[in-house]
Design a binder for this molecule. Structure first.
Ligand SMILES: Cc1cc2nc3c(=O)[nH]c(=O)nc-3n(C[C@H](O)[C@H](O)[C@H](O)COP(=O)(O)O)c2cc1C
Length: 473
């Protein structure tokens, strides 16, 4: 599992990264429809061999049309009831004066993918990649999306170096860094102190698993021992770097970031908080966070038990002007379109990037992800003490057994699981390894370049809006 750890040396940029987006930038408005047969958007099969298509009924042969969605709206002047923010979606009525607006401006203002999140960040697409891999982050940022680098397992010095590494490659474009700031973490506690509080019964159970599966001992320093959630002072030291470096977006994946709002805003940093409950969102919105990530049960990593559909809709309904970013199980353009229809201003995605070409995730895990469907994931508190969605592995399954002790709270369970997790990774034991994975993993079927993932998602989302409103004759 790679929640943390220093990614390997940067790989050369994929040639695709120099290409402009074929969807928006290169197709002049008014040109004949740009049709193509991208394998992502023609009818295809999922991992169970069933037809999946965003563009037509199962089995029909459909050429996907993305840019024409805009062209159509411009030409037919019928857009406002169909696009996000229009009356049909619960948005405000269009100012009648807009009817006089030149056609091209109409087109831009009706772009369903141009949301207030895009305005907040100055980015083209409302797609946020959460990743631990700097190469993935840079590829997404340079493709018009936004990326947040997970740094919760890194020392302050490593975080500083990673921020510089990204800045050197994104030409001034914004990016974010994610930490975990759980209020439940002890204020100050050494590794030995935490370890000494683990009950003997739990140690014995861990040892039983280690022996039963012949789990190798870690070869490298254990990543999880750097986890910012182990104690408050570790998390604070990481946070100091983000403030000093004036990172454009500081995200908290665990724990409310309300306490850092003043310090962050003074330095021009935006603050985002990730929530699994509507009441948490309400508190954060009232405190003044700049965006809330509403994440559902489907998600990879730490997540609550409220479904994505429910939490995104509920949080969007109370958000006012605060952008809501939907998370949990989002791996296709149809998910993106659906999230926008629920009232979100963008999507926050993790699993989607794990198997991409730039990703530094072990090839063993990439292959498992490409083959996996939602059934291969499980929701378990046996790894960190917080409920978390990961690929099933012997560790998660052993802790579900009726005779297993009840997993400990964080951070004790995290320390207890750390030798298994890292030993499995260092030994490259396919039978033991796990990784955080969301229920949308069934649609991760190829190891595509990150840039291609962004474009496919954009195109498929636009195609989905086409489907909903119907294509012009
Ligand atoms: C491999 C992996 C590691 C993750 N580690 C973290 C983490 O360290 N901090 C965090 O806030 N979220 C972490 N997450 C959760 C993501 O931020 C995100 O909320 C989640 O992936 C969204 O669900 P999805 O994977 O279904 O898109 C991780 C996700 C994955 C896939």
């Amino acid at each position: 599992m790679s929640i943390g750890g220093d990614p390997p040396e940067p790989r050369p940029e994929h040639p695709d990264q120099t290409r402009a987006c074929p969807i928006r930038r290169e197709t002049p408005v008014g040109e004949p429809a740009f049709r193509h047969s991208n394998p992502c958007t023609v009818p295809r099969t999922d991992k169970r061999g069933e037809r999946v298509s965003s563009t037509g009924p199962a089995g029909t042969k459909v050429e996907h049309v993305a840019v024409p969605y805009m062209i159509w709206h411009r030409e037919r002047h019928v857009a406002e009831s169909f696009v996000m923010g229009g009356p049909a979606m619960g948005g405000s009525e269009r100012d009648p004066a807009d009817a006089q607006t030149p056609a091209k401006e109409n087109v831009m203002s009706q772009d369903p993918l141009h949301t207030k999140l895009c305005d907040q960040l100055g980015v083209e697409y409302p797609i946020v990649s959460f990743t631990h891999c700097k190469d993935v982050a840079v590829a997404v940022i340079n493709s018009g999306g936004f990326a947040v680098l997970g740094e919760a397992m890194h020392t302050p010095e490593e975080i500083e170096a990673d921020i510089k590494w990204i800045r050197d490659r994104v030409d001034g474009r914004p990016f974010g860094v994610d930490l975990v700031l759980p209020a439940s973490a002890p204020a100050e506690a050494s590794l030995d102190e935490i370890t000494s509080k683990i009950p003997e019964s739990h140690r014995e159970y861990e040892q039983m698993i280690m022996k039963k599966y012949d789990v190798p001992m870690p070869k490298e320093a254990v990543d999880l021992h750097q986890w910012g959630g182990l104690n408050q002072s570790l998390g604070r030291a990481q946070l100091e770097v983000l403030l000093e470096e004036r990172v454009p977006v500081i995200a908290s994946g665990l724990g409310s970031p309300a306490f850092l709002l003043d310090a962050a805003h003074e330095r021009g940093c935006k603050v985002w908080g990730l929530v699994g409950r509507t009441r948490q969102a309400k508190r954060q919105i009232e405190a003044g966070v700049d965006a809330v990530i509403a994440q559902g049960f489907d998600a990879a990593g730490h997540t609550g038990d409220m479904g994505t559909l429910s939490i995104v809709a509920e949080v969007s309904a109370i958000a006012g002007d605060t952008p809501i970013i939907a998370a949990g199980g989002i791996t296709t353009g149809r998910h993106l379109a659906a999230a926008l229809c629920l009232g979100a201003s963008g999507v926050w995605t993790g699993t989607l990037w794990l198997a991409c070409r730039e990703s530094d995730v072990d090839m063993i895990i990439k292959e498992r992800l490409v083959a996996a469907s939602a059934d291969d994931t499980t929701w378990s508190d046996s790894i960190s003490g917080f409920t978390m969605r990961v690929l099933k592995c012997p560790w998660t399954e052993e802790w579900k057994k009726p005779d297993a002790p009840r997993p400990l709270e964080s951070p004790y369970q995290m320390i207890l699981s750390s030798d298994y997790i890292q030993g499995a990774n260092d030994g490259r034991r396919a039978d033991l390894m796990t990784e955080a994975s969301g229920q949308g993993v069934g649609f991760v079927t190829e190891m595509k370049p990150a840039r291609q993932i962004v474009f496919d998602m954009v195109e498929e989302a636009l195609g989905t809006f086409d489907d909903v409103v119907g294509l012009p004759e």
